[in-house]
Design a protein around this ligand. Structure first.
Ligand SMILES: Nc1ncnc2c1ncn2[C@@H]1O[C@H](COP(=O)(O)OP(=O)(O)OP(=O)(O)O)[C@@H](O)[C@H]1O
Length: 352
């Protein structure tokens, strides 16, 4: 019988460095510079974050929660007061912005006005010393990827806002950054355009295998673009999970409230959180099934193809004004007595 490693001591496993972005204990502080009277803002408070190779992560949170500060610290635009940022296992402390191999895209893509579209997209390739043939092939490929095939010779001043951001995206992707950092790239555009661009960006990032961190305060945008969403509040990263998992299992009441869960009914160990689609009006006139609760209609509105009925109801946490869905029901007059039920598909158990 043969024994491998007979007589050998324990082997120390040689761990491969983690691929992708790793942030540990990151702290970003701003000093308002007013000396002794001045205050210090902790914009990012001990954040740990991993973004795997090829993954798209959205940082979602209200204005001022520290999303941009975290992104800027990853980019090297903001110093860390504590903690570390590493990529593929290498610590980036002291590595300047332009040597990190990251691409950046901000709200205003800031195209070079004196360069045409093609030469904007080619910019990073020129800096990297790519040949003319390589540049034009890559520019053609990226303009096609962002839906602007044939735009090479257009002056950037003739582009719409959405087209400009597409060009800025193509320019950021052209040098094949190992990580693309996007900070509210569409927030200056109208909603319909934003939704279309969010779809397109997800497709382009996946098609090019780009690893990305996408900062936004727009829920729909985050959930459209990202493989995983990180919820930020007051400098802290509260939870990072895939969209369905976040909705199904919010880690805390704070996260659930931020996602839009509208009511919290105490139950063992925490709450039953009732989501925006978690309450239904049982056909008026029938008695509720098990668990039905009497409610009174405050008003109703027909939105997105369904009737949303605002009701006053006590689900076990005192009387609250909540929205219940009523499929195909005629408008209900204020004051009407109805029975509502929670729909398990639209509720989540949230730990205390
Ligand atoms: N340069 C700065 N000097 C001082 N305070 C700053 C600076 N930049 C940001 N802050 C403060 O740090 C906190 C986090 O700001 P940050 O811009 O990172 O948040 P955000 O979530 O990206 O918000 P928004 O979506 O509004 O950009 C805020 O309280 C902000 O006022």
């Amino acid at each position: 019988m043969r024994t491998d490693r007979a007589g050998a001591g324990p082997v120390t496993p040689v761990a491969a460095p983690p691929a992708g972005l790793m942030v540990r204990g990151a702290v970003v502080r701003y000093d308002d510079g007013e000396g002794a009277r001045g205050g210090v803002t902790t914009a990012v408070d001990r954040v740990d974050l991993d973004v795997a190779d090829g993954e798209i992560l959205a940082l979602l949170g209200p204005s001022g929660c520290g999303k941009s500060s975290l992104l800027r610290a990853v980019a090297g635009l903001e110093p860390l007061a504590a903690g570390s940022v590493t990529y593929d296992g290498a610590d980036l402390a002291g590595v300047p912005v332009h040597r990190r191999g990251f691409g950046l895209l901000f709200q205003d893509g800031q195209l070079f006005a004196h360069r045409d579209v093609g030469r904007n997209v080619a910019y990073g390739l020129e800096v990297a010393g790519a040949s003319r043939a390589e540049r034009s092939a890559r520019v053609r490929e990226l303009l096609a990827a962002v839906g602007l095939a044939g735009y090479e010779r257009r002056a950037v001043t003739t582009l719409s806002g959405g087209e400009k951001q597409r060009v800025a995206l193509a320019r950021a992707l052209a040098p094949r950054p190992r990580l693309l950092l996007l900070d509210e790239p569409f927030s200056a555009l109208d909603r319909a355009l934003r939704e279309r661009l969010a779809d397109d960006v997800r497709d382009v990032l996946h098609a090019t295998g780009t690893t990305a961190v996408f900062v936004t305060h727009d829920h729909d945008e985050a959930f459209t673009v990202a493989d995983r969403v990180g919820i930020m509040q007051a400098g802290r990263l509260l939870q990072v999970a895939a969209p369905e998992e976040l909705w199904r299992t919010p880690a805390s009441r704070e996260v659930a409230e931020f996602l839009g869960y509208q009511a919290f009914v105490p139950q063992d160990g925490g709450w039953l959180a009732v989501g925006p689609t978690g309450l239904r009006v049982v056909e008026p006139g029938t008695t509720g099934a098990d668990g039905g609760t009497a409610a009174r209609v405050v008003g109703s509105a027909f939105r997105r193809g369904r009737t949303e009925v605002t009701v006053d109801v006590d689900l076990g946490a005192g009387t609250q004004r909540l929205v219940a869905l009523a499929d195909g029901a005629p408008a209900l007059e204020p004051g009407t007595a109805v029975v509502v039920e929670t729909d398990p598909a639209g509720t989540a158990a949230v730990p205390r």
